[in-house]
Design a protein around this ligand. Structure first.
Ligand code: IMP
Ligand code: MG
Length: 193
């Protein structure tokens, strides 16, 4: 898509508030149950560690999703924030992933969960996953709210997916275009001229 497109604003609703909230609550419960299973298998040494589950949302897009997801997970966890960007300014096609700031460096031996709003090219998740795997976590899971149905080179396979969507640019529930529309309660397509 060229930079010259004119964006009209939010368009068709793909997922409404209730549908999102039910799905996210279900994902949180599944994730918590799977993590409990892992925690139970940890050896005594690991069990004495105070900070075993680390949730790593990729900002900015994942902040709304994460806020809802973690509140349906009855589990002791710590939360660390990672900031990445791949759609600078008005772009609606990926420009390659970039991290801002650093990834926590003490993830070895911990159960790490990366949370992102949407899987598109997979560049962002591949970058973050690589940096975490280098640290030998006890386990690593990837959770995405949306999986865009596009052919991709990346080998990223999320462990949990909220919804699959067609190859359209969407906004709302944390997702933005040019910094806007993150506060919409629904997930909607972006209307262009
Ligand atoms: P990837 O690195 O190409 O997989 O892109 C992932 C990131 O790009 C996501 O974390 C989003 O922030 C952003 N992104 C990808 N597709 C969309 C979209 O349709 N709407 C808004 N942001 C998107
Ligand atoms: Mg993002």
């Amino acid at each position: 898509m060229s930079e010259a497109i004119k964006v009209r604003g939010p368009g068709k609703v793909l997922f409404g508030e209730e549908e999102i909230s039910e799905r996210v609550a279900w994902m949180g419960r599944e994730l918590a149950r799977d993590l409990e299973g892992d925690l139970a298998k940890d050896d005594e040494d690991a069990q004495s560690h105070p900070d075993r589950v680390v949730i790593l949302p990729i900002l900015t897009g994942a902040f709304v999703f994460t806020a809802d997801l973690i509140r349906s997970m009855p589990l002791k966890m710590s939360i660390r924030l990672v900031t990445a960007s791949s759609y600078p300014g008005e772009a609606t096609t990926s420009r390659g992933a970039r991290l801002r700031g650093v990834i926590p460096s003490d993830l070895g031996g911990r159960h790490v969960v990366i949370i992102d709003d949407i899987l598109d090219t997979g560049n962002t998740l591949e970058l973050v996953r690589g940096l975490i795997l280098e640290q030998n976590p006890a386990s690593l899971r990837i959770v995405v709210l949306l999986d865009k149905q596009v052919p991709r080179h990346s080998e990223i396979t999320p462990n949990y997916v909220g919804f699959e969507i067609p190859d359209e640019f969407v906004v709302g529930y944390g997702l933005d275009w040019n910094g806007y529309y993150r506060n919409l309660r629904e997930i909607v397509t972006l209307e262009v001229e």
